[in-house]
Design a protein. Structure first.
Length: 110
């Protein structure tokens, strides 16, 4: 009985861990926000969001590493529990970048 309880708690702790940034899928975003933008403003927005995504990804990687250590040492995903998980923000940023790419392709931006 004790083994089953320990195994169940281990599985729950591991599933609550922060994902690595490259494992996070983009959220589908509407292209409406970028439809009327010029190629120049799309490029500027793409650069801004790419930089934001890089910062978020660094924080997320740190959270994933912290969770791995927390689960190993304490049995708890400490970073995820403390609100350091940036998964939603990364998914949104990736979705925005995909939307910008579609808008640039539709306008023929280079």
């Amino acid at each position: 009985m004790r083994f089953i309880t320990l195994a169940t708690l281990s599985v729950l702790a591991l599933t609550a861990c922060a994902k690595k940034p490259d494992q996070i899928a983009a959220v589908e975003m509407s292209d409406d926000a970028y439809r009327s933008a010029s190629c120049r403003s799309l490029a500027a927005e793409e650069l801004k969001i790419t930089q934001e995504l890089a910062n978020l990804s660094a924080k997320q990687q740190s959270a994933a590493n912290g969770d791995a250590w927390g689960v190993f040492l304490l049995g708890l995903p400490v970073s995820s529990m403390s609100g350091n998980d940036q998964e939603a923000m990364i998914a949104i940023a990736k979705g925005k970048l995909q939307s910008i790419d579609r808008a640039q392709a539709a306008k023929g931006c280079s």
